[in-house]
Design a protein around this ligand. Structure first.
Ligand code: PAF
Length: 306
């Protein structure tokens, strides 16, 4: 919501909205090498999670560009691209309020022309989880993010940890294709105590949930925190932990789990025993809405002397 914006943040310079790739590149060429350029790629429908990425980019970079492009390539045939929330006026105000310099909102035809013949597929880390549930999704994401990196050539790009597998895919794509930039993955922003959905990860999909569904959806974070507490106290058996997480989720009858996966943080292969670093990925359905969330679990080495 806009209400979390600090009043001072409205005092900044005016943000410019740019739709043409060439105009943006022309402007950026005058900054390149002199100013640090930060990119926050988005599909709009901004919430506090997006604003947190923009604020961090603003702190760490001289020039911040937010791209706003509802990417048709990452929607499956049964996923409703038309239903995706779009409100450029609201999004512009929100981005401007946190000091974004340029909002890049290209036409779909400029980014995905009818004769587009090149796509990027990242094979291994997309085999499971969201990649299995949404077959063309990550090729769509990787293709558009590579195009944005190529057009803007940012020094740093900002993504949220909430879409954990997406961050792994983008990191691998950037490494494999030698993109020379820093990837900054920032923590998930969650609903607060007074929201009626405490702990629920902010997501543009939350607006499709009823109030009672939102309350039920808080079970995701409760389940993640349970796993973290158990691991912090020394539990390492992922089969046991998986059963406990499933039992917690089953307490909410309108939440249908899709996967509960303890994985290696980079390969995303399932693990049976908690590693030094393990990621727990969750995906559930609530009605027609699919929600994902995750937490990093750390098997801290135990010292005999402690
Ligand atoms: O996370 C998103 O909003 C999108 O997947 C992204 C990274 C902007 C690519 O379209």
């Amino acid at each position: 919501s806009i209400s979390t914006t600090h009043p001072l943040e409205t005092q900044r310079n005016q943000m410019k909205t740019i739709t043409s790739i060439l105009s943006l590149q022309k402007i950026l060429s005058s900054y390149r090498g002199k100013k640090r350029i930060g990119l926050v790629p988005t599909m709009g429908a901004f919430h506090d999670g997006h604003l947190a990425l923009m604020r961090t980019a603003k702190k760490e970079c001289d020039i911040v560009i937010v791209s706003l492009f509802v990417n048709p390539l990452q929607f499956g045939p049964s996923e409703d691209l038309k239903r995706y929330p779009r409100d450029l006026a609201r999004d512009s105000k929100m981005a401007e309020s946190v000091g974004v310099d340029f909002l890049f909102a290209p036409m779909a035809s400029a980014i995905v022309p009818p004769d587009l013949d090149t796509t990027i597929s990242v094979s291994q880390v997309t085999k499971r989880w969201e990649g299995a549930a949404r077959p063309a999704h990550f090729a769509g994401v990787a293709t558009i993010v590579a195009k944005l990196f190529q057009i803007i050539k940012p020094d740093a790009a900002y993504f949220g940890q909430k879409d954990y597998q997406q961050t792994v895919v983008i990191r691998k794509m950037a490494k494999d294709l030698h993109f020379d930039l820093m990837l900054r993955i920032r923590p998930t922003v969650r609903e607060d105590l007074y929201s009626g959905a405490c702990g629920l990860a902010k997501s543009s999909r939350n607006q499709f949930l009823s109030l009672s569904e939102k309350a039920s959806a808080t079970v995701l974070y409760r389940a993640l925190c349970h796993a973290k507490k158990r691991v912090d106290k020394g539990e390492q058996d992922c089969t046991l932990l998986q059963k406990e997480v499933a039992a917690i989720i089953s307490l909410e009858p309108d939440v249908r789990p899709d996967y509960i996966a303890f994985c290696h943080p980079e390969t995303l292969e399932p693990v049976l025993k908690i590693l030094e670093k393990t990621v727990l990925l969750l995906a559930v359905w609530i009605g027609k809405v699919r929600l994902i969330d995750n937490i990093i679990l750390a098997n801290a080495p135990r010292h005999a002397s402690l």
